[in-house]
Design a protein around this ligand. Sequence first.
Ligand SMILES: Nc1ncnc2c1ncn2[C@@H]1O[C@H](COP(=O)(O)OP(=O)(O)OP(=O)(O)O)[C@@H](O)[C@H]1O
Length: 938
Amino acid sequence: VEGTLTARDKVGVQDFVLLDAYTSESAFLDNLRKRFSENLIYTYIGTLLVSVNPYQELGIYTLSQMELYQGVNFFELPPHVYAIADNAYRMMCSELNNHFILISGESGAGKTEASKKILQYFAVTCPMTESLQIARDRLLFSNPVLEAFGNAKTLRNDNSSRFGKYMDIQFDFKGIPVGGHIISYLIEKSRVVYQNQGERNFHIFYQLLEGGEEELLAYLGLERDPQLYKYLSQGRCAKESSVNDKNDWKTVSNAFSVIDFTKDDLENLFGIIASVLHLGNIGFEENQQGCASVPDTHEIKWIAKLLGVDPWVLLEALTHRKIEAKTEEVICPLTLELSAYARDAMAKAVYGRTFTWLVNKINSSLVNKDFTGKTVIGLLDIYGFEVFDKNGFEQFCINYCNEKLQQLLIERTLKAEQAEYEMEGIEWEPIQYFNNKIICDLVEERHKGIISILDEECVRPGPATDLSFLERLEEKVGKHAHFETRKLAGPRGRKKIGWMEFRLFHYAGEVTYCARGFLEKNNDLLYRHLKEVLCRSKNRILKECFLVAELENRRRAPTVGTQFKNSLSSLLEILISKEPSYIRCIKPNESKEPSKFDDFLIRHQVKYLGLMEHLRVRRAGFAYRRKYEHFLQRYKSLCPDTWPHWHGPPEEGVERLIKYIGYKPEEYKLGRTKIFIRFPRTLFATEDAFEFSKHQLAITLEAHWRGALARKEAKRRKWAVQTVRKFIKGFINRNKPLCPDNEEFIVFVRKNYILNLRHHVPKNVLDKSWLRPPGILETASDLLRKMCTRNLVRKYCRGITAERRALMQEKVVTSEIFQGKKEGYAESLHQPFANSRVGVSTSSLSDGILVIHILQADIKQKGDVILQCEHIFEAVTKLAMLVKKENLVNVVQGSLQFCISPGKEGTIVFDTGPEEQIYKDKNGQLTVVSGWVWGREA
Ligand SMILES: Nc1ncnc2c1ncn2[C@@H]1O[C@H](COP(=O)(O)OP(=O)(O)OP(=O)(O)O)[C@@H](O)[C@H]1O
């Protein structure tokens, strides 16, 4: 984190919450741009991950990266999709609850890639047993199969998922992935029969033609050239260089074997795929009665063979329609147009239901019957908001889905956030946000919403058209604030909206839909006649897809809109009970180029993904919150008062704990049941201290620590470590009955403490600091501390020079003489004794005068002492010996200077004479003759 912060100017902030101008969209974009230019494609908003598609391999999904993120606290490392995956996984394991990761964004933004990375991450990092490897492989290999049948090349993305996907990964109580379950949403069936310019049909058709073995193609009656098939060639890019169909075929064939598809399954499956291609090539002619006929029945025969149906019955069903009159059935010929419609309807229905069968089949291979697991992580890879120049029924459904998911986000994040603060009694300024429930109601409300109105229009007797549907809308929801048509718009808005269009004001912005095709797509009608043919098919898969019971059921099947509405509502039920994580994917440019950051396009996505709103909420609130029990359980070992057991109420334990750790008041708030931590960094610090997740590192560092000790203090170390071990062992044994998993935890706490201690050992003998140990390590810590002090002392002593040692010995003598006896002693300790401060002078004559000079700081300020003694030789010798200094004594001839205090200087002149006498001349100079005198003025 530190490293990242120092590089902040260059790479921006790794969490938008840390942006100063967090409400500014430009600041948001600047940050995203800065990071993107440094190939940093991930940025957080709290715990939400924003991901910008790099359109290049960045080398950030390696094994070592996976290892790096494994078990590490979410905020400790730079943002990454692995951090999101790991966080969900660890929370699931520790709190035994279910999670989901919602990945959204527009086509080509990187949703599918992100979900694949997450899946790979789990596959590599989760614990695994040999018997469960099959389950893991099936989870992984279901992907290429689903992509082959559900993805296609579009203008926006060469591998665009044309269906929504929710995948549950199931884990057992040890965190081992044991199975899975997939739900698909709204496969884009219209693509089977029609593709826009520059787009392709689903990959599987091209893969089969490119990669399929000769015998297989011959069995299916297919030619290798995709241009020969109408359903494959409308987009004029059947041969696409950006897609390697041949290779992909191999991958898919291999995957089929992993996920338990039998030869028979594949024969039936590819029989259907080939039939769809044959269907597309059926041409109709108008006969003389104006009805449709099929001039060339070659394709019909192939379809009949592959699907196990009667060719003539099929032919009739494609060109005629059964109408049920009261008691009898009447068969009416179809026009050319209606026959083509029936053919396409059959192709769509067959492909659509086969896709559902495929998903179910994959599910049956993913299901683990012995699954005793408790928890799941769901991955939702779903189309984001779509806003095109022309928006039809599909965009309407997709955008409705996004409104619903936004509702979920509001429920789970915005509203829940505010409600939670209120409930917890935490003061918080409520932020303004738009609750999009009003739009969801507009679309889905029973009898009143757009889907209901559309359904009514589909079933009502009389001629119903897209235009009549539009009029109904104006009638019934015309007054709604989020709805508009050309008629309803004022003169200004009119220009931008066509006669066949209606506009919805979605939470993310307005979208104009063309009502053309709404009725047909919602009805998704497959004539009964064709349905009967398919129900009688001998193809095993089709038999499962078209049940005879369906024919017997006279009730109308729910419309596409209603089915979608119902499936969304079950999806939301699935999600609402789980803990959410969000990944928002952004597409940086339309041309799929690396390093190109299109401001306009990205600004649009930031808006439609609701990122600014999310940021505002995160910033206003707290980065982290946890129930007191959970917080205490996790961090209790950081405080001696709470470890190993806290017997009081958990909130008091938490209070004690954070006080001990040193939280500042502005960093947290205590609610009724939870602690709220405002800044991620506070949590980082706590996690750092705890180091739960650095198990491996702890082991390594402990080894270093031991190694270093071993080299220096082999004997002592052995003794100390043994003591620590003995102590811990004793503790574990004493506490085992109380807490069965104590052993592992204590081992961890021990390692953790040693790891931390390594960074906190005192640097010198005067440094009295010592890392406070957890309760169980107090004795060990005391022993280590003594050992450490002894080490430091020894190290210090070894570093002392001989000269310094001599000086210190003098101090020892001083201490023996003066300590506690004379004032000023303590101060004297800090002043080193000078070597040349004391000197003695005598004269060369027979007198007993002895002058002791004591130098002051100022060299001129001598504090001399003049003595006269009878045993001058003895006294001076002893003095010299005591200070071990031969040149201590200076024997002068003639005269001697002295100074008894500043300004009080004098000269003693030694002379020879008959008797001892001292006299002073007029200048104050003393003359000693065979005797002594001293005096200031003498
Ligand atoms: N993290 C990534 N690193 C490198 N390339 C990426 C990454 N994410 C996406 N891409 C590239 O972008 C392409 C489109 O990504 P992806 O298929 O995941 O988009 P999507 O959001 O799922 O689109 P759709 O909704 O159309 O399915 C990928 O095929 C890949 O080439």
